[in-house]
Write a protein that binds this ligand. Structure first.
Ligand code: DAS
Length: 356
């Protein structure tokens, strides 16, 4: 009798092990040599967010789901590429720092150097997505596709946009048509350049736009369609970050009626090595504000970039400092940080921003 019970027990344990093994096997789909290899770096954000109801799209916890689960939630991905998921951080992107972005860029540089890696996807919160995308566009010199993707609804929501955005991002990163275009931003079926695409709306699915440059293309049924041949923004340069250990502090000051000119002084006293102004109109700053700016430039020889608080527009050279031309403040800031890190003079920085 006891022999029979023990035999059954061993049989049941073996059965569970087999089921578990088969489940585990189904999770890690076998490598397919016919497919491209795409590495997905996960940073967190709404795409990895969870709410306590499928109706909730405002109150949720970003960065709750790991990259493995995000990939498992879209089995169709494995028919497009072999995926290697890397969890770098898992947080709301408002809390990412330049140090996090520098670390990510160095991980990507190492990954794109591998001959068997065809493309890169970065899953990211949308609030500061355009900043990370800009930094990667200025530091990852490769023809391989680099695609930054996010979502405007948490993964638990009805009609969550994350799974389709992730699927499309992998499709874009796997396509030869995406090569030689710099870092790309993909949400809501649209492909935009990292250099010009910005978040225009705090809530809607179609929030990422580049008003002046437009989209580069769209994705339909996991196939990218581009409006132009591969090209990169006029005058775009690359910065070598291999020896950069820490980025300098550069702060952004917002322009408004009666702005406090002393804030610029405080920023410099608190360690800013450069300033970016979100100026009114093209490059308008108050007279008393400009007096402080010009004394800071004189006394500290710091670069001050005049960008614009307007969603669109062109900050030309009719200002005290360095006009940002088409770049918005948050994008101009990373370009200025990299220029300072690379030892650019103020005159070099003027040339960097000017679109010939
Ligand atoms: N949770 C915010 C973020 O991480 C918004 C988002 O991802 O959509 O940026």
């Amino acid at each position: 009798m006891w022999g029979f019970i023990v035999t059954c027990g061993i049989f049941l344990v073996l059965l569970c092990q087999l089921r578990l093994l088969s489940k585990r096997k189904s999770k890690s789909t076998p490598y397919n040599a016919l497919l491209p290899n795409v590495t997905v770096f996960a940073m967190g954000g709404t795409i990895a967010g969870c709410a306590n109801s499928s109706l909730e799209i405002v109150n949720y916890i970003p960065g709750s789901v790991g990259i493995e689960k995000l990939i498992e939630a879209v089995p169709a991905i494995k028919a497009i590429a072999n995926i290697n998921g890397v969890q770098v951080t898992n947080m709301g992107s408002e809390n990412l720092t330049p140090a996090d972005v520098l670390k990510l860029a160095k991980l990507i540089l190492a990954e794109v150097a591998k001959p068997n890696v065809h493309g890169i996807v970065i899953t990211h919160g949308t609030d500061s997505l355009e900043e990370t995308a800009m930094f990667l566009d200025l530091t990852i010199s490769t023809a391989k596709p680099i695609v930054v993707v996010g979502a405007m609804r948490p993964s638990t929501a009805i009609g969550a946009d994350g799974p389709m955005n992730l699927l499309n991002a992998v499709a874009v990163a796997s396509s030869n048509q995406s090569m030689g275009r710099g870092t790309l931003v993909l949400l809501n079926d649209r492909i935009g350049s990292a250099f010009y695409t910005t978040k225009t709306n705090g809530n809607t699915l179609d929030t990422f736009k580049s008003y002046e440059a437009g989209s580069l293309g769209i994705v339909l049924n996991q196939k990218p369609f581009y409006f132009f041949s591969p090209a990169v923004p006029t005058g775009k340069v690359f910065f070598d970050i291999y020896n950069i250990k820490q980025l300098p502090r550069v702060d952004i000051l917002y322009g408004y009626q009666g702005l406090n000119p002393k804030l610029a002084e405080s920023a410099v006293h608190l360690g800013a090595k450069g300033l970016v102004l979100a100026a009114m109109g093209a490059t308008s700053w108050t007279d008393d504000g400009n007096e402080v700016i010009s004394s800071l430039i004189r006394e500290h020889n710091i670069p001050v970039v005049y960008s614009h608080r307007t969603a669109e527009g062109y900050s030309s050279n009719s200002c005290l400092g360095i006009p940002s031309y088409f770049l918005n403040p948050q994008k101009a800031r990373y370009m200025l940080m990299l220029a300072i890190s690379s030892g650019y003079s103020i005159r070099d920085i003027e040339g960097l921003f000017s679109i010939k």
